[in-house]
Design a protein around this ligand. Structure first.
Ligand SMILES: Cc1ncc(COP(=O)(O)O)c(C=O)c1O
Length: 461
């Protein structure tokens, strides 16, 4: 139970007086207890009363090797002793240069340029703007292309961030509907879902149906589409919606066939989360633009990047007076402290042999979920991709009937889990498990065991 000591009480009171939290109905917040985290170590967070919580969502999907990783701490301190920040507009620095070199070494083959920004949303804005501007000034684009490539093809229920461009490319009504009058138009096709697509068998039928829908739009409107935008392998914020094998490769083929660009948003999936360094690696796909953020700095500091090919880059070259420049940049672009944290994170991947160790962890998690969560009466489906998991709760498993929105069943489950020392955040009635990649098998047992108990208690199973 979250305790109510005078110090915590006072901090909560001050929080409620001055703050407005992200994705939070503040009316509920005002009446709710919440932990105030003050320290951490490994996969654990410690609150203002000294209670420990297993960080079951990697501090919103960004932590990779746990908290207070000595090598990352040291790298940031070393950089701090030299220079905390200088601009990337008109100057450069070694942490930014070296990190770009390292990113290109591990990125899908063919990605050759790195453009830094601050978070997943800005990385996506940049990808969208680059794709749009590419067609306006590419030497291989005809006059028609220059005028017409004004739209994007995106997936239903997509989430690419909260800035207006990223929201336009999104398709998640709960978050996005309010802003519709402000958004630019995109073509949307339904994501390849077995569970919610009646009459289509998993996985082949789903893949084929989704690719057909995409092809239909590309055939009719392809000349007006600057890029197809997807989250590869799994649509995270929509509720961990996994895609059938071959889908990403199929999208790449369609983009080639209909001569449009492919943007892969690896903000959530990048840096080992799906079992390989990038989700695109599973299908050996190179997108034309790829965005990364979250795990890039191991979960330490805000930093993002949009990676692209030489073909796109070259379309922006020209004389000053030609105005082909990519007029975009942020104050903290390539912040050296964040770049140092990112370089240390990539070094930890190599030192620990993380990617080689992941399959055993992923398999262990899969077995525990099958043994403890799948049999529960109110679990409709478990979707897993690497160490990304969504557990969909339903009121009636036979019909798939969801709980009423008002019931906030997902929220109720995570509140119970918290009393057992596991910190989670749901997506509606989907319980998300996304632990740091450094989690041990024993900690996975705790994470799954507590989640099962919390589901049982909250649903009255
Ligand atoms: C796939 C994806 N793209 C983009 C974003 C936006 O990233 P940020 O919150 O860093 O702006 C997120 C955030 O969850 C995401 O999951």
């Amino acid at each position: 139970m979250v305790p109510d000591t005078p110090r915590s009480r006072s901090l909560r009171r001050r929080d409620r007086r001055v703050l407005w939290h992200p994705f939070t109905q503040q009316r509920g917040w005002e009446g709710e207890e919440f932990p105030i985290f003050e320290s951490g170590g490994g996969c654990w967070l410690v609150d203002s009363d000294g209670h420990r919580y297993l960080d079951g969502i990697s501090s919103l999907w960004c932590n990779i090797f746990g908290h207070r990783v000595p090598a990352i701490d040291r790298a940031i301190r070393r950089q701090l002793d030299r220079l905390a920040h200088s601009t990337f507009l008109g100057s450069s620095h070694e942490p930014g240069i070296a990190l770009a070199e390292e990113l290109l070494r591990i990125a899908p083959r063919g990605l050759r340029r790195v453009f830094y920004s601050d978070d997943g949303s800005t990385a996506m804005e940049i990808a969208l703007k680059m794709a749009f501007q590419f067609w306006r000034q590419s030497p291989d684009a005809g006059a028609a292309d220059r005028r017409a490539r004004n739209s994007f093809l995106t997936l239903g229920e997509a989430y690419h961030g909260d800035t207006i461009g990223a929201v336009s490319a999104g398709g998640f009504d709960l978050f996005h509907a309010a802003y519709r009058p402000l958004l630019f138009r995109t073509w949307k096709v339904p994501p390849p879902l077995a569970y919610r697509t009646r009459g289509v068998s998993w996985p082949e039928g789903c893949r084929v149906a989704a690719l057909r829908a995409m092809e239909e739009v590309l055939r009719k409107h392809g000349r007006g589409i600057a890029a197809v935008v997807i989250e590869p392998l799994i649509q995270g914020a929509a509720g961990m919606l996994t895609q059938p094998p071959g889908f990403v490769r199929g999208v790449r083929r369609l983009c080639d066939r209909y001569d449009t660009l492919l943007v892969c948003d690896e903000v959530a999936t990048g840096f080992g989360r799906t079992g390989k360094m990038f989700a695109c690696d599973h299908e050996r796909v190179t997108p034309d633009l790829m965005t990364v953020a979250k795990g890039l700095t191991g979960g330490y500091l805000p930093l993002a990047a949009t990676l692209t090919t030489e073909r796109i880059y070259r379309a922006f070259l020209g004389g000053y007076e030609e105005k082909r420049t990519f007029y975009h940049g942020h104050t903290y672009t390539a912040n050296p402290l964040a770049c140092a944290a990112a370089r240390a994170t990539l070094a930890e991947f190599r030192r620990r042999g993380t990617l080689e160790r992941l399959p055993a962890l992923v398999g262990h998690l899969r077995r525990r979920l099958a043994g403890e969560i799948a049999p529960l009466r109110h679990v409709g489906e478990i979707r897993q991709c690497g160490l990304m998991v969504g557990i969909e709760l339903v009121d009636d498993r036979k019909t798939g009937r969801p709980y009423p929105f008002k019931a906030r069943m997902g929220h109720r489950v995570i509140l119970v889990a918290r009393t057992f020392g596991v910190f989670l955040r749901p997506l509606g009635d989907v319980i998300v498990l996304m632990p740091p990649l450094s989690i041990s098998k024993k900690q996975i047992d705790l994470l799954v065991g507590v989640t099962a108990e919390a589901i049982e208690e909250a649903t009255g199973d």
